[in-house]
Design a protein around this ligand. Structure first.
Ligand SMILES: [Fe+2]
Length: 240
């Protein structure tokens, strides 16, 4: 298979350099490409976490991580596969009405899979602190200072009404970083065009078991586990 036909890692570059997993077995795909190879119609699979469920404690506890990954993310993956099968059938039949009716479910479950695949790699038990190098320079250029950036992304994330995500994204046309909020599981790039660098999940399932209704406390804690190496690597990649 020609690897240049694979839409691998377009959305969710994970903890390793980009690589096509067309020929990798699912069982060995620890860092599986979040969207797999669409050309081969391979079913999407739940990527393993690059750390243990308890690894982010005390900032995010093991119970949250286990449910979030093994139940919530897994459900998005399973539903995405079901929707894609139906979509494929509708395409084959030329049934445009059904194709259109499936789009909300595709957006929700596809977005859920994309977003969480990014989110896990944006976190690390060795995270926290501040970014370095080009990313830090860009943050200072576009937000004035790292403190300003942190405050702004925190405020935007806390302010999401209901369920959604706060994002740091890259505006490729303008060559600058931007902060954005997305509702529900709307994927950042698919809905705004910004390339996702850092996503903060502010659905209640991401924090309620530990922080109850106090979303701002979760937002304070999450900065201690942000994997700046991963965010920097995404930034370097999308600038190419
Ligand atoms: Fe989530």
């Amino acid at each position: 298979m020609s690897h240049d036909k694979c839409e691998v890692l377009k959305w969710g570059r994970v903890a390793q350099p980009a690589r096509c997993l067309c020929r990798a077995s699912r069982s060995s795909a620890r860092f599986v490409a979040p969207l797999g190879c669409l050309v081969s119609r391979q079913k999407h699979t739940l990527p393993d976490l690059p750390y243990d469920y308890a690894a982010l404690e005390p900032h995010i506890n093991a119970e949250i991580m286990q449910l979030h990954h093994s139940k919530h993310h897994a459900t998005y993956v399973n539903n995405l596969n079901v929707v894609e099968e139906k979509y494929k059938e509708a395409l084959a039949k030329g049934d445009v009405t059904t194709q259109v009716s499936l789009q909300p479910a595709l957006k929700f479950n596809g977005g859920g899979h994309i977003n969480h695949s990014i989110f896990w790699t944006n976190l690390s038990p060795n995270g926290g602190g501040e970014p370095k190098g080009e990313l830090m320079e860009a943050i200072k250029r576009d937000f004035g200072s790292f403190t300003n950036f942190k405050e702004k992304l925190t405020a935007v994330s806390v302010g999401v009404q209901g369920s959604g995500w706060g994002w740091l994204g890259y505006n490729k046309e303008q060559g600058r970083l931007q902060i954005a909020a997305c509702a529900n599981q709307d994927p950042l790039q698919g809905t705004t065009g910004l390339i996702p660098l850092l996503g903060i999940d502010v659905w209640e399932h991401a924090y309620y078991l530990q922080y109850k209704n106090v979303r701002p406390d979760y937002l304070k804690a999450i900065w201690n586990v942000i994997n700046w190496e991963n965010v920097s690597s995404r930034y370097a990649t999308c600038k190419k």
